[in-house]
Design a protein around this ligand. Structure first.
Ligand SMILES: NC(=O)c1ccc[n+]([C@@H]2O[C@H](COP(=O)([O-])OP(=O)(O)OC[C@H]3O[C@@H](n4cnc5c(N)ncnc54)[C@H](O)[C@@H]3O)[C@@H](O)[C@H]2O)c1
Ligand SMILES: [Zn+2]
Ligand SMILES: [Zn+2]
Length: 346
């Protein structure tokens, strides 16, 4: 088969590799029908994730069709159309038993395209398949489903649920990439009073408006004054960090009101300052998190009922064979306007 192979920082190729085989009775093999690229894949290519070794097939967000099942698989059968989640779960370790699959201790967690071969390929092996893949109903198309492999559960769990968004809240989202936009979409489920989005890229602010943000501004447009004016001087109830820079995290802690929540979603490569000298008296809750994907069944149900419209997230479509070009487009959103790019089997 062909697959997108990481060859060390800055290098990748779409090349011939051996087909995946079942190595554990809980595995299934899928033929990949639809797959997408994540900002995390760009971090890997940038050399920021050294656990990813050269030779690794990238990708952790796909929809595919089961072609083979291991002997212990009971929930899936050959021919099933499934969503491959970015998080795998052994289901048995202390964290999995609490639904905290991201922290799995026995070989699960974020492994696809990281510690084991991923899904940017014609075929892929999915470990712990009964617990880590979701059979898809007919009414949910591949493109919509693949948005639920990572970005929707991430923004919902680590942003909206961890931040405890409630009806009537003023929610500020810093960063309007796919993660920030998915936070806009899932925050709206709670009928907030305002969804404020901050991003320097005007095109992304327009996308945020399309997803339901009612106030958008750049970091230079005095976010603190704007948020205060919207909230009678109090500050935001919930601030979601969806960038991953020290300055954006620190901005979040200035925008939150006393007793409010800062939910950090961004992946940070450098230390950020927690200004406890100002925050200690403000009863602020700061949360961090890796997605667990415990919410995927609920999100799939909402998608099936038409309660979530993820379609505007997909801006570009390619054939799977054209994945190297798709990476270029995805990596240059300032020129391409890309949010999510989707690749499909032809
Ligand atoms: N916690 C998790 O489980 C998890 C999972 C997936 C992704 N992530 C992380 O979430 C973050 C966002 O992901 P993405 O795919 O949307 O990334 P992205 O790079 O597409 O989007 C980031 C956005 O931040 C904006 N930005 C840059 N500087 C800014 C500033 N000073 N103020 C406001 N906005 C600014 C950019 O213009 C861009 O639109 C990344 O750090 C990613 O690694 C976390
Ligand atoms: Zn991802
Ligand atoms: Zn586990």
């Amino acid at each position: 088969m062909k697959a997108l192979v990481y060859e060390g920082p800055g290098r990748k190729t779409w090349t011939e590799v051996p087909d995946p085989v079942i190595t554990d009775p809980q595995d299934v093999i899928i033929q990949v029908d639809t797959v997408t690229i994540c900002g995390t894949d760009l971090h890997i290519l940038g050399g920021d994730v050294p656990e990813v070794k050269p030779g690794r097939i990238l990708g952790h967000e796909a929809v595919g069709t089961v072609t083979e099942t291991g002997g212990a698989v009971t929930e899936l059968a050959v021919g099933d159309r499934v969503l491959a989640s970015c998080i795998s779960a052994c289901g048995r370790c202390p964290y999995c038993r609490r639904g905290r699959y991201g922290q799995c201790l026995r070989g699960g967690g974020w492994i696809l395209g990281h510690l084991v071969n991923g899904v940017q390929a014609q075929y892929a092996r999915l470990p712990f398949a009964d617990l880590s893949a979701h059979r898809l109903p007919q009414e949910i198309g591949d493109e919509a489903a693949v948005m639920l492999a990572d970005i929707l559960p991430t923004s919902y769990e680590v942003g909206v649920l961890a931040g405890q968004v409630k009806p009537g809240d003023t929610v500020v989202i810093v960063g309007a990439g796919p993660i920030g936009l998915a936070a806009v979409l899932t925050a709206r489920l709670y009928s907030p009073a305002h969804v404020v989005v901050i991003d320097p890229a005007r095109a992304r602010l327009r996308a945020a408006e399309q997803f339901g943000a009612d106030v958008t501004l750049t970091p230079d447009e005095d976010p603190l004054a704007k948020v205060r004016s919207l909230t009678g001087g109090l500050g935001a109830d919930v601030v979601i960090e969806a960038v991953g820079l020290p300055e954006t995290f620190e901005l979040c802690t200035t925008l939150v009101r006393p007793c409010g929540h800062v939910a950090n979603v961004g992946v940070h490569g450098r230390p950020a300052t927690l200004h406890l000298e100002e925050l200690w008296i403000r009863d602020v809750t700061v949360t961090t998190g890796l997605v667990d994907t415990f919410s995927t069944p609920d999100l799939l149900a909402m998608l099936g009922r038409g309660q979530l419209d993820v379609a505007p997230m997909v801006t570009h479509r390619f054939a799977l064979d054209d994945i190297e070009h798709a990476y270029e487009v995805f990596a240059d959103p300032a020129h391409s306007g890309a949010l999510k790019v989707v690749l499909s089997r032809t």
